[in-house]
Write a protein that binds this ligand. Structure first.
Ligand SMILES: [Zn+2]
Length: 216
C-alpha cells in the first residue's frame, strides 16, 4: 500500500506521469481537477457549487475540496493506495490531508523553466478534432495542418510563452509552503523531469520509492 501526492509546475507533464505511475503501481490516479470537471458536467449539487466559484474566477474553498478528497479516498479502490494529483494546493489542504490518511511520499516533478516553456509553447492543437501536436516532438506531416482532419492547427492562449512563464511564477509562489511542508517531514522526492521520455522519468520515481523502502 502506498499513498502518494504528486507535485509539479504546470506544463511539466504531471498528469502523464500520474497515469503511467497508476498503471505500473496498480493504484488509482485521483485528479481533483477531473473530479470537479466531471461533477460540473453532470450538474450535481457539488458541481453547481464548484461552477459558481469557477465562473467567478476564484478558488474553490478548502472546505469543499477537502470534503471531496476525503470522500474519494474512502472509496474501495483506494484501499491499496492512491496517487493524488492537483491536491493539496495550500498548506491548509496539506494539513487536512494528513488528518485523513498517512502520506508516504510527495513526488515533486521538476524541470528548468526554459525546458517547460519550450515543451508547452511548441504545442499545437486541432480546433476541430482535438488532436495534439508539438512542433518538434510530435510534428504533423504538413506544418500547421492536422494529419487527421486537415484543419489548420492553433496554439492555445495558455500555451503562449508569456502565459506559461506567468503561470510558472504563480505556481512557484503559491506552492512553496506546500513543498517546504513535505520537505520538512522528509517526504519530498524530487524527480528530474527535464528529459522528454515519460517512461524513464516514471522509472526514476519508482526506483527512488524502492530505495526508500516505500514500495517493494
Ligand atoms: Zn484535426
Amino acid at each position: 500500500m502506498v499513498n502518494l501526492v504528486l507535485l509539479g509546475p504546470p506544463g511539466v507533464g504531471k498528469g502523464t506521469y500520474a497515469k503511467e505511475l497508476s498503471r505500473r503501481l496498480g493504484i488509482p490516479h485521483i485528479s481533483t481537477g477531473d473530479i470537479f470537471r466531471e461533477e460540473v458536467k453532470k450538474g450535481t449539487p457539488l458541481g453547481l457549487k464548484v461552477k459558481e466559484y469557477l465562473d467567478r474566477g476564484v478558488l474553490v474553498p478548502d472546505s469543499i475540496v477537502n470534503e471531496v478528497v476525503k470522500q474519494r479516498l474512502s472509496m474501495d479502490d483506494c484501499r491499496r493506495g492512491f496517487i493524488l494529483d492537483g491536491y493539496p494546493r495550500t498548506l491548509n489542504q496539506a494539513k487536512a490531508l494528513d488528518s485523513m490518511v498517512r502520506i508516504d511520499a510527495a513526488l515533486y516533478f521538476t524541470a528548468p523553466k526554459e525546458v517547460i516553456i519550450e515543451r508547452v509553447s511548441g504545442r499545437r492543437i486541432c480546433p476541430k478534432c482535438g488532436a495534439i501536436y508539438h512542433v518538434k516532438n510530435i510534428p504533423p506531416k504538413k506544418p500547421g495542418i492536422c494529419d487527421i482532419c486537415g484543419s489548420k492547427l492553433i496554439q492555445r492562449e495558455d500555451d503562449k510563452p508569456e502565459v506559461v512563464e506567468r503561470r510558472l511564477r504563480v505556481y512557484e509562489e503559491t506552492m512553496r509552503p506546500v513543498i517546504e511542508y513535505y520537505r520538512s517531514k522528509g517526504l519530498l522526492i524530487e524527480v528530474d523531469a527535464s528529459e522528454p521520455v515519460v517512461e524513464r522519468i516514471v522509472l526514476k520515481a519508482i526506483e527512488e520509492l524502492k530505495r526508500r523502502n516505500i514500495i517493494s
